[in-house]
Design a protein around this ligand. Structure first.
Ligand code: AMP
Length: 210
């Protein structure tokens, strides 16, 4: 199955993608994670995009499409994949089609801007294993320490209030039009804010028939 997780930053795309990936045994590809790892490695691309990501702006379509093209050719994508955070613009969606990939479903997770701001401003990430926690709703067992690998948790550089606002604006202006694009193709499965991770997962599985 080839799936796209769609929704604002902080809607829960990554969390739900992991649940679907485990159920269907297909990989999740997060362009944000690929970009952050390029920045960590201080690669040529990483150095080029680090200021863009810090401001919450979008990396250019060419760069992201190139990353996706390389990643989707890997063996583990043969039986399907879940795209998390891609496409984010109409040219990216068109580029994906040109690469010859036909998407089966677009899972649209709808969460209000207020909830997004609350979630992202309390989000903590493990820099080593990338597990996600929250200062009030998903506290780690030991303050500031990752439950899974013991590393020190951090706030993502783009999870500060000013940048969160910008990322939401960018989402509404540049990414939200994709909902119409995929609606016209009859691919969108709408998932509301059901209050808990488990309920959202259940609803996604139900709508996918898995
Ligand atoms: P995310 O982890 O999906 O929230 O992405 C973090 C940041 O990476 C975004 O704010 C963008 O700067 C960049 N990014 C991730 N995916 C894309 C994409 N498909 N197109 C452009 N920029 C992206």
């Amino acid at each position: 199955m080839k799936l796209i997780m769609f929704g604002a930053p902080g809607a829960g795309k990554g969390t739900q993608a992991e649940k679907i990936a485990a159920k269907l045994n297909i990989p999740t590809i997060s362009t944000g994670a690929v970009i952050r790892s390029e920045i960590e490695k201080k690669s040529e691309i990483g150095l080029k995009v680090q200021d863009i990501i810090k401001k919450g702006e979008l990396v250019s379509d060419d760069i992201v499409l190139n990353m996706i093209e390389i990643r989707l050719k890997e063996d583990d994508c043969k039986n399907g994949f879940i795209l998390d955070g891609f496409p984010r613009t109409i040219p990216q969606a068109e580029g994906l089609e040109k690469l010859g990939y036909e998407i089966d479903h677009v899972i649209n997770i709808d969460v209000s801007d207020e909830t997004i701001i609350e979630r992202l401003s309390g989000r903590l990430e493990c820099p080593k294993c990338h597990a996600i926690f929250h200062k009030s709703t998903k506290k780690p067992k030991v303050d500031g320490i990752c439950d899974l690998c013991g590393d020190t948790l951090a706030t993502r550089a783009d999870d500060n209030p000013e940048v969160i606002k910008n990322r939401l604006n960018v989402f509404h202006e540049q990414t939200e039009p994709l909902k119409d694009y995929y609606n016209k193709k009859g691919l969108v499965k709408n998932i509301g804010d059901l209050g808990s991770v488990e309920k959202v997962t259940e609803e996604i599985f139900k709508q996918l028939g898995v």
